[in-house]
Design a binder for this molecule. Structure first.
Ligand code: 0O2
Length: 264
């Protein structure tokens, strides 16, 4: 009796597996058929720009000139970033050798995109000229330093400022005084000496130093804020602030744990 039931169960199982395999094969064939469909470039444009008015595209020479100008100017700022990053890597390695841990978890950097420069200058009400970019913007070169603990943030900032080819310009301590939305970070504007082939220049760089937890909040908040349909209600602002405060509380507790370890 048991044998009969077992055989019946096995037959049902085999049938089910066969049906499932057939379904998967069918889906695969359908997908293959769809990807094999050939479309012309006219059909492609019709599909992707349907309903959009045809527009005059910018002159290629103008675009090339702007790109070349931007590249030349950004080379100056990129050199500043390279110097700062090299300094941070040295400090991180030295600290690791002496203390068996890294005070820097991650270094991110960027030069401001031309769109972002344009937007900021528009907001400031100044025309987009080379001179205005250099005089009005301090954050064309940006380096973000992500540290494990709050004390690491301040120590890294201090170590950089003590180097005699770095000049302090401005500080905004959003850790001691967080922004209304809960944003926390230590912002330092500095200049760093860069030796080019024929001259030495002081390149301005914005440093954003923050903990892993602060960075986690800032990254998520940035993603939410840049979603066009993110409702900016009072309730949502409060929720974001609560999240930021929770991160800050975790940072403080982790710091206390670290402080209990001698020589940490
Ligand atoms: P991006 O794309 O990061 O470059 P300033 O003229 O520099 O004194 P500003 O620009 O308001 O005045 O400087 P602030 O307040 O020091 O902040 C500049 C940068 O800090 C921002 O750059 C962000 O990277 C970061 N930041 C400031 N506030 C917030 C915040 O509430 N949330 C998040 N996620 N980041 C923030 P940009 O220019 O916005 O853009």
């Amino acid at each position: 009796m048991i044998g009969k039931w077992t055989r019946k169960k096995e037959r049902m199982k085999e049938q089910k597996t066969k049906q499932e395999t057939e379904t998967v094969e069918g889906q695969k064939k359908q997908q293959k058929k769809e990807t094999e469909t050939e479309i012309s470039v006219e059909e492609y444009t019709e599909l992707f720009f349907s309903g959009e008015e045809d527009v005059q595209l910018p002159m290629t020479t103008e675009m090339f000139n702007l790109a070349a100008e931007y590249k030349r100017l950004m080379f100056f700022y990129e050199a500043g970033i390279d110097q700062i990053v090299a300094k941070l890597q040295i400090l991180n390695k030295e600290f690791q050798l002496n203390n068996d841990r890294n005070p820097i978890e991650n270094i991110q950097y960027r030069v401001k995109s031309i769109e972002s420069i344009q937007k900021k200058m528009e907001k400031m009400g100044v025309p987009l000229t080379r001179q205005n970019i250099v005089n009005c913007l301090h954050d064309v070169a940006g380096v973000r330093i992500i540290c494990p603990f709050i004390k690491d943030v301040y120590q890294m900032g201090k170590m950089l400022l003590e180097q005699d080819d770095i000049t302090y310009v401005k500080m905004k301590d959003y850790i001691r005084e967080p922004k209304a939305n809960g944003y926390r970070s230590l912002h330092l504007i500095v200049t760093v000496n860069v030796f080019f082939s024929n001259y030495k220049a002081k390149v301005p760089v914005e440093l954003q130093l923050r903990t892993i937890a602060m960075n986690c909040w800032a990254s998520l908040e940035h993603q939410l804020r840049y979603k066009k349909d993110f409702p900016t209600s009072e309730e949502r602002h409060k929720e974001l602030k609560i999240c930021a405060d929770m991160m800050a509380s975790a940072d403080e507790r982790m710091q206390r744990l670290a402080d209990e370890l001698p020589g940490f």
